[in-house]
Design a protein around this ligand. Structure first.
Ligand code: ATP
Ligand code: MG
Length: 464
């Protein structure tokens, strides 16, 4: 993309309504625009990051064997009356009436609808195990929408639901989700710690929340510092292998890590003092196993191997896709702006032309642009007729992790400059070497840069 042709309404002033850094930076970088309290338009740069995060979520869900679909945002109240949650949900539910006087609502979550769907079509245990998910806009009429996309009223969520014959099978689904979430967050450059949580209105005994540590987080958390040493890394996992999934769960949940709702002072005091931590965290996901309650109410009952009718064991699993943008920025920024992790950056590399109109500089920039594009990367070329300082400030603000700077002086010596946004370190390289280096940097993030087949038929672009 050429910046002169893009729509990037960056703000010079710091917006006064934004209380936390991620909200300020998203507004300043021209990523979102508020349309009503807790409701945002996603401007092109913000939309691009949202799509990148969404793609990672899809890829990791599909890798774990979960099946994508799409349910509507508007739901009939009937289903919720059947489950008993129509009244229980309270004022957070946005209720509306259609022209025929029928009670409708904008879905805050989809347990009722998915259970009704599965109950309609699945009649035998042979169709199990089954995990369906979608990524869809939700609405919760939060009392205090704030912090930009962190606590919106309309927000984008991945919610998945597993249906299993036995509790044991459903707990395997639980473990599988925990593992797939660890992978998902790490690919986004985030450390999200699974913490024992409270199951709240959904009920059930098993639930973990995934928290990103940040001073601006809304949850108070207590943990053993040893847990922050754990990395999922690039290990391959067989999601059908129960012991393997269980092993990862045990590894990542064996240390004390809890939200304030489940905090236990006595157990906490047993951690060696130098490892005891109290901090704040941003909830970016949660997983639940809750048994047969919804299945019984919504009729998700199948014929078991012995011919008897049994209600299905269920769990639900959510990732806050739009909240993740805020969480990533809270975890990765400096006083100049955002620093995107390579896995989610909206553009892979900025190209800054120090002297627009200089024949050699223009040609070199165009050459870099073409070479990166041909390799399957997306550069953002600042081809505006602007001062170098202004161009650097924009690149720093929008947070592209790599920048190539091109000027007549360097070109006389055959070099351009490759700069890391994170460290500020620069290297002088020939344009060809700079392109090669950028491709190497992104190779771990994109199958096509490694000359490998993308997950056969399973990459985001082909997931439907
Ligand atoms: P919270 O405790 O923050 O209100 P929740 O526990 O009610 O969230 P879940 O039902 O577990 O939320 O939803 C799954 C995920 O969706 C959460 O982990 C969070 O990341 C995200 N999420 C929930 N509410 C919002 C919101 N108002 N705005 C943005 N993201 C949200
Ligand atoms: Mg939650």
């Amino acid at each position: 993309m050429r910046l002169s042709r893009y729509f990037l309404p960056v703000l010079k002033e710091t917006p006064s309504e934004a209380q936390i850094v991620s909200h300020r930076l998203m507004l300043r970088a021209g990523m979102i625009k508020q349309q009503a309290a807790g409701i945002y338009s996603w401007l092109p740069l913000g939309f691009k990051v949202l799509r990148k995060i969404e793609a990672i979520v899809h890829e990791e869900q599909i890798r774990a064997g979960h099946i994508p679909m799409l349910m509507p945002t508007l739901q009939s109240a009937d289903l919720w009356k059947q489950s008993g949650r129509y009244d229980a949900y309270g004022p957070e539910m946005l209720r509306l009436t259609d022209r025929h006087g029928r009670d409708m609502l904008y879905g805050p979550t989809n347990e009722e609808m998915i259970t009704e769907i599965v109950g309609t079509y699945v009649s035998s245990y042979k169709a199990l195990p089954l995990t369906l998910y979608h990524i869809q806009w939700k609405f919760r009429d939060e009392v205090r929408p704030r912090f930009g996309v962190m606590r919106g009223r309309e927000f984008y969520m991945k919610d998945g639901y597993n249906f299993d014959l036995t509790k044991e099978d459903a707990l395997h689904a639980y473990n599988r989700h925990l593992v797939s979430y660890l992978r998902t967050y790490e690919r986004m450059g985030l450390q999200a710690i699974p913490m024992r949580a409270d199951s709240g209105p959904i009920g059930g005994d098993y639930t973990h929340e995934f928290l990103v540590l940040a001073e601006t987080g809304e949850s108070e958390v207590f943990y053993d510092a040893a847990i922050t040493e754990l990395k999922f890394g690039d290990r391959e996992i067989d999601y059908d292998n129960r012991e393997e999934c269980q092993g990862v769960l045990e590894e990542f949940t064996s240390r004390y890590a809890r939200t304030d709702e489940t905090h236990d002072e006595t157990a906490f005091a047993e951690i060696p003092e130098d490892r005891r931590r109290t901090a704040r965290g941003i909830e970016v996901g949660q997983i639940f196993y809750f048994g047969t309650e919804y299945s019984e109410k919504m009729g998700a009952v199948v014929q078991g191997p012995d011919g008897k009718q049994v209600p299905l064991h269920m769990g639900s699993h959510g990732i806050g896709v739009s909240r993740l943008l805020g969480a990533i920025i809270e975890a990765s920024h400096d006083d100049k702006g955002i620093i995107w992790p390579e896995g989610v950056t909206p553009f892979h590399c900025g190209i800054v032309n120090l002297k627009q109109g200089d024949a050699a500089a223009d040609a070199a920039c165009q050459g870099l642009y073409d070479a990166l594009t041909k390799a399957g990367l997306e550069p953002l070329y600042d081809d505006r007729d602007e001062r170098a300082g202004g161009k650097f400030a924009t690149m720093d603000l929008i947070g592209l992790p790599w920048r190539i700077t091109v000027g007549p002086r360097g070109l006389k010596n055959g070099v351009v400059e490759l700069t890391s946004r994170r460290t500020g370190e620069s290297q002088e390289l020939s344009p060809e070497e700079a392109v090669k280096r950028v491709i190497e940097i992104y190779a771990p993030h994109h199958d096509h840069l490694r000359d490998e087949q993308p997950m056969a038929g399973r990459s985001f672009h082909t997931w439907v």
